[in-house]
Design a protein around this ligand. Sequence first.
Ligand code: G3I
Length: 348
Amino acid sequence: NYKKGLKDYYKNYFPIGVAVNMAALKGADSALIVHEFNSVTPENDMKMGPIHPKENEYNWKNADAIVDFAVKHHIKIRGHNLLWHNQAPGWMFKNADGSEVSKEVLLKRLKDHITTVVNHYKGKIYAWDVVNEAIDDDSTKFMRNSMWYKICGDDFIPKAFEYAHAADPKAALYYNDYNSEHPAKREHIYKLLKSLVDAKVPITGVGMQGHWKLNDPTPELLRKALDEYSSLGLKIQITELDITIRMPRSRPANLNTQANAANANLLPVPDAGFTPELEQKQAAQYKMVFDIFRQYKNVITGVTFWNLSDKYSWLDSRGGGLAGGAAAGQTSSRTVRKAYPLLFDENL
Ligand code: G3I
């Protein structure tokens, strides 16, 4: 019914993207993607585990299908991601005898992986999430104690950027993380980014994932993060935007007090579906963040939604994004709490 799509309304600002998987490449989903968006990110198919399941085996099938779809429809592609603690294949960290690899071996494997994958999509992928979520959630710690960190120390981060840059000097390279507007984590991400910039590591910018809630972040926290990161001369992309209608019962203790105060008046949302009241609150939050994005159009170089419609969201398998999620039994058949986090409803 709409002549113009989101991408057209935003053509003077930044590309509008969406995370996709194989199921989205056909039928009504694909038609909606082509109409509304001019950027895609594969939700899972380029991650190290799926694309590189064994040392000498790459599985290009799904990722290639997504890239072919995007190229055919003149849609830009963000690559996600070259290094993460999650969805990393077990073989990466082990020798043939099962013992843990040395730092030298791990960096060599990382280099082979990044070089091969970036090269495979050279000229087609305009931006890569090179390192994903390397900072710890616990504000008393700095780096996440992943296998990468355990074996390599923090060297793996600059190395990953250098390998990616060598493979495709034209690709924009991002560090990507969540809760990147919460003060304690923001300071740690800033510290990491500053060290990379100071060491002249080839990094283009920071991906703020944007897994947000009805009143989190506040406008103040969002602006502060955009100001701080851009003060380093870095670009910013909002890489995984969704706004769940669910609020956690209590904030994890390690999150900052300002965000705690901002959320104190929000009671857990009973499982009454997507009420008009919630829809209105969500619309207000989307409006708030997009008003700010437009004001920062000189530093924001892309905004990507984490999936197309409320038919499917990663949050649904986590109780709508409530703390504890599925692990706390919140997605049993009696209490499925969907998150309704996206712009389009189940009927698109
Ligand atoms: O592919 C297998 C399939 O073979 C198997 O039968 C099935 C059984 O569970 O699992 C399938 O893999 C799942 C995969 O999604 C594809 O559907 C994994 O279990 C599941 O863990 C995986 O979840 C993804 C998650 O990353 C992994 O942690 C979500 O779809 C994806 O939306 C999510 O995305 C992340 C970003 O990459 C980074 N930032 C946070 C964001 C949300 O967690």
